[in-house]
Write a protein that binds this ligand. Sequence first.
Ligand code: SF4
Length: 933
Amino acid sequence: MEPFLKQITGHLYRRYGKELSSLTIVFPNRRPAIFFRKYLSEFITAPVWMPRTLTINELMEDLSSLIPADEVTLITTLYEIYKKEKKTGETLDNFYYWGEVMLSDFDDIDKYLVNASDLFKNLSMLKSFEGIFDYLTPEQIEAIRTYWNHFNSEHRSRHKEEFIEVWNIMSVVYNKYRKQLKEQGIGYPGMIFREAAENTELPNGRRYVFAGFNALNKCEHKLFSRLKKNGQAIFFWDYDELYIKDKAYESGLFLRGNIRDFPPETIPGYEFNRLTHTEKHIECIAVPSVTGQAALLPVLLKDIETSSDTAIVLADESLLTAVLSAIPDTISELNITMGYPLHLTPIYSFIDALTDLQRNARKTNSGIWFWHKQVLKLINHQYLRLLYPEKTQQINAAINRDNIIYVNQSMLGDLNKEAPLFISLNDTKELPSYLLLILQAIARHIQGDRHSETAEYLFHTVKGLNRYKDIIEKSRFNLSTESQYRLLMKILKTIRIPFSGEPLKGLQVIGLMETRLLDFNRIILLSANEGTLPKTSVTPSYIPYNLRSGFGLPTIEHQDAIFAYYFYRLLQGAKHCTLIYGTATEATQRLGMSRYLYQLKYDEYFTLHEKQVVFTINTAQKRSISINRDTTTEEKLAVYCNAGNEYLSASALNTFLNCKLRFYFRYISQMNEPDQVTEDIDPATLGNLLHHAMYNIYREAGNKTITAGWINKTAGNTTLLYEAVDQAFHEIFFNNTKNEQTIAGRNIIIREVLIKYLKIILTKDEQYTPFTILSTEEKLIATIPINNKKIKIGGRIDRIDKKENIIRIVDYKTGEVKNKIKTIESLFERGTKRNTIVLQMLLYGWLYNEQFKTSGNPVIPVIYPVRQLIEESFNGKLILDKQEINNFSDIAGIYTQCLTELLTELFDSTQPYTQTDDLTECANCAYTRICRR
Ligand code: SF4
């Protein structure tokens, strides 16, 4: 059967012929008018004047003396009045949300012709409702009574008191607001509707055709009644008798009344039974994720040629971008007609990042500084990459590599060439011009179809910015800096991008509300989920449910019936219906099959073919990896022996003992983890900072004997301690970058911790005085022969000191340390129980012994775990089987033997690099993704 709108068009043409132009055709929205003109062109055989087509909003504007005002004007005007009446210092941006709620309430009040003075009466103290609302039904009065009775308790909560405070001024605000708008000749939609409906003068003689309406507000009902009474109205209701005759279907709730009050014109031969008399294939597909629904489109559209007979209907419009990217290239013509919220577009996130940058930019004597996260967000944004594809990457790498927390403007100078972006505004009033210049730079770089969406986004953003600029310039509100930023983002958030294409061609991508009065042979409905279809969230309102119900304002039930109608009407003309819903829980999404799908499932008139999509998720099977040695691996290993320029450290040996494959990745393949800016200091970096700070302190002493007096003086010199720590930060944490970086945030606390650590170490050292520092941070390298190779072993030793003839190898540790071992052999056993620190300390002893061939002088490896140093009895010596190691030479033989065995295995070319069996090793490994562990 032909689409209903085509039936209406044909009927009007046959009935009115050349007189058609005397009619005004009114639709609920704009889209049907385009199809109406198309259908009419198919009927006409001789030239006729096109009838005027209007949306209901346009008709109301025609009949009213008021001009629709934009939302920002409406909210700011309301704010001024509210602020005065409420005597509040609330800022505009704080009010904005509540202003929208209030405006929506006023809109409803007017569209439903409610007496606002009655509605906003404070009836909490009223005993009797007798004779107050004679114009309401007893049920409505009861609803109002119930509400206020509940309110009339002796102990009102703070919440109730606050409500009453606002409620008491609502009537005055409403009246003053309307009066002020009227004086300016502007209004919000409800105000315009009310004025039009109550306008005593109706256009003479003209006939109006109303088609495709469903839930009528009181203004529409009143206007329709007056026009009908004058013989000036013709009605067409798009319905199916299934849900009109059977009151169990909520989809027919409003149309039953409409058909009764405004009987439609009969279209000869047209039967309102397409739901049950058109052969339909309805399939219902469950998809395990919300965004996964769009991923089904290539399959569903595989056999569909470009056709305006097919529509992808979005119950949740935020899926638009996912849908657009999923539409296959075989679909050459596409028409999107829906409003898309600007805040879901990349331009919004770009502006958001720019305002964040400005909010947090700091000016100091050393220049302008930006926080690295805000800089990285911008330089990784698609729009800045569009302007500076290479520079952004270089700066990104430099910030990460040098661990720059605060980025100086000088580093970003190259990114200010197209527009001054990394600057600090002197005044927030400069914000619109600042953003406009940047947007203009982007506009210069986007050309051609590929960027048509961006051009659309830019156009609407610039409009929003100009609007914001206007408000700020004319502002009487004295907005704080923060309020100005927030207001801008709020204004941008209200913008919807009206995508519009050639609606008569190609695959249609359409919002559910836009489908009214249109029929498609095939529909693919996405997000057929409860919570979305219907929306179960209640529109925010100051007016409580009972009062809404009592005064005939729309409630949640109203909303449910409207959605039910959209849904069933959409199915009426379709032969192939694919209804898709998500099943998995995803943030902000309410999921589960829509109640309307359940209704179809259990309805005798329909057969629902249910399917379940199971995505093949690549579950990354664990796999075994083993790298055989070959000439390449052997060549790489050769750098650690003979004339090679690397050495094996204690850490390398421990890695090999932990996992041979990890050793391969790190020391043979030299696969390092990518750099990342770390604001929080990890234990290894904290240890490094401590070593460097101690190095800075003892460097001052040179070769002098360290006395108790010297240590006391040093520990009491706070400036010196801070300098030692700050320099360590500069060298270690800020990687010696030329940029002057400041210690900020949590690092200030870390600095204090380090000062405390220094004092603890110095106190311990004072007990050991007098002694001499032989070296600090000294690199020791020695060789050990293995199969004709000289393997190089090395390490950097925090400190070597000497007291009398005793040499101590000292290593500072920030964490808890176990200094006891059972046997030397246990240090070379695989597994997590091995004492890696003692292995390292003994290796340092071995290195010292090898390098200096000490003739009988005892060499004692000593650990300085800062937290344990507080115990007076703790001397840091290693304990082997309950005995202190007072000279490395005592265990040198067995240690060297174990080390030789380990290195023999490490250099054995027949042994592959295999994975550890101990999964606890993998927990902190950088290569888990490769190993899939
Ligand atoms: S993930 Fe486990 S097996 Fe793989 S390299 Fe790391 S420690 Fe070895």
